[in-house]
Design a protein around this ligand. Structure first.
Ligand SMILES: *Cc1c(COP(=O)(O)O)cnc(C)c1O
Length: 246
């Protein structure tokens, strides 16, 4: 799918009824595109990225369109929406997580996708031990090794997984990545294929006890290519809810 076809799919969203109709259509479109890309029929999770999306629209996507997992980026926003969200939703944290905010979310999320430092791991362990919970986490891979971005570099990822072995309340179940901004879809494909190779290597070395290891990769403009390359969890935001107003 190209950027152009994406923008054509996303209706300008005026009122709530129009927005809901668009969300329903967008989700159906995404399911079709995923099915077409998923040539070996793997199980693919759609995690709706819900930053700047009001709870009413999130609940519609969940209650009426079959979305079961959502990803929030900011702790403050997550806490504000949390009491308003439909109860059978699985909440993931997908944004950069500050150590001092971990305590506010450990009881609310089922997966932290953005674990990328030992400090953060230590704090997740401390907070989860306190409430007797084992937290599923994904290690965020900085596949482009970009200096300004979060995530563990591809050369350090194995030793980072090793460093998590000592924590009783953290269960690493896979890898998440945000591809660098690319000029074209082939460039994305290259990053996705590289990430998939790293994922397979980590699966063999560190995740053999995990039932279904997770590779979370692919956003609105490239989820189909990510699925073709081996992703089993995609995180579309705009492609579901329309262009975000900041
Ligand atoms: C915002 C965001 C997304 C969704 O981005 P879109 O381009 O709107 O699909 C996915 N993952 C993360 C980590 C995000 O911050």
């Amino acid at each position: 799918m190209t950027e152009r076809s994406l923008n054509e799919n996303v209706a300008p969203l005026e009122d709530m009824a129009t927005k809901k109709a668009a969300v329903k259509e967008n989700i159906e479109e995404i399911r079709k595109n995923i099915a077409a890309a998923n040539t070996d029929g793997r199980e693919i999770s759609i995690v709706a990225a819900t930053k700047n999306v009001p709870a009413e629209l999130i609940n519609y996507a969940c209650d009426e369109c079959g979305i079961t997992e959502i990803g929030e980026n900011r702790v403050q926003e997550l806490l504000a929406k949390y009491p308003l969200l439909t109860k059978n939703i699985k909440l993931h944290f997908i944004g950069q997580l500050q150590t001092n905010k971990v305590k506010y979310i450990v009881d609310k999320v089922s997966l932290i996708q953005s674990l990328d430092s030992e400090r953060l791991a230590k704090e997740i362990e401390r907070c989860c031990a306190k409430i007797g919970k084992t937290m599923d986490v994904l290690v965020e891979l900085n596949v482009g090794n970009e200096a300004q971005k979060g995530g563990v570099g591809s050369n350090e990822i194995e030793s980072f997984f090793d460093s998590l072995d000592k924590y009783e309340h953290i269960r690493p179940i896979g890898i998440m990545t945000i591809a660098p901004r690319c000029e074209d879809i082939d460039e994305y494909r290259t990053f996705f294929e590289e990430t998939y190779r790293i994922f397979i290597d980590i699966c063999a070395k560190k995740l053999h006890n995990i039932d279904k290891p997770v590779l979370s990769m692919g956003m609105s403009s490239n989820y189909a290519e990510a699925v073709s390359a081996g992703s089993n969890m995609v995180r579309p935001g705009t492609a579901i809810f329309g262009i975000r107003k900041y």
